[in-house]
Design a protein around this ligand. Sequence first.
Ligand SMILES: *Cc1c(COP(=O)(O)O)cnc(C)c1O
Length: 305
Amino acid sequence: MAAIYSTFMTFLNQGDHIISASAVFGSTHTILTKYLPKWGIESSYFDMNKPESIEALIKPNTKMLYVETPSNPGLDIIDIEFVSALCKKNNILFVVDNCFATPAVQQPIKFGADLVVHSATKFIDGQGRVLGGVVVGKKELIQPLYLFVRNTGPSMSPFNAWVLSKSLETLFIRMERHAASAMQIAKALDGHAKLSSVKYPFLESHPQYDIAKKQMSNGGGIVTFELKGGIEAGRNFLNSLQMISLTNNLGDSRTIASHPASTTHSKLSLEERAAVGITDGLIRISIGLENAEDILEDILQALGE
Ligand SMILES: *Cc1c(COP(=O)(O)O)cnc(C)c1O
């Protein structure tokens, strides 16, 4: 979050406007709606599934456009090249949160993004050991950001930096394994009688499958599905898991399941949850590095097979 917050504070001034996808990480949404307005920075939101609606939101004071692709937890995907062309035309800084894909799977700068942010806490470390964040971009953009961080303090400790530098050595091979298992599990679950849908970027049924294929080298490590029985079914599913961990983290060597409607987002109303893409039966699984058959077996037995 320090990486994201520092990016906002470095490049936005009083009176500026930021356009963001409505489906962004909860704390990012809180910065946009609660803190930035204190300094006179306003924001507008668009639906990830309607990129054609972005243009109408652009104002003379629009300075930045912010997206997460794939989004957390909805796995919505946006065409980075399309959005970057719009930003270039209107002189808007385009920032992509690449946390779900990691640089091993998607490199938004190749498709025209100006800055890329990552939560290194997730797949980049990949072993649940440290908190960290990254901002990537051209030197002339990173220099003022570096000065902001240096003067205000959200810097990484040397030990965390060392751990993360070791993590990078295995990132590509880990992401291949996360993705291969995720693909296998998504395919096996697709069409299951207890599920109304299964979502994974590289499943042909994903609404933005063609875009995923264009900008991602594999589908990443997150699979989501919708249980037919709503909140109660979600609670039962979590309680029935044996091997898979229950926590709100993701991108770990261990498989992690979460049910936002009964946990992280239980205080929100049905409408508020729907607005951020969280339905009552939505389960997010961060596929770990265990044997894929074991992961699948645990999911299937928790579904009551
Ligand atoms: C977790 C997460 C963050 C925040 O990362 P921290 O390392 O917890 O500060 C930001 N964006 C996305 C998409 C995330 O999943």
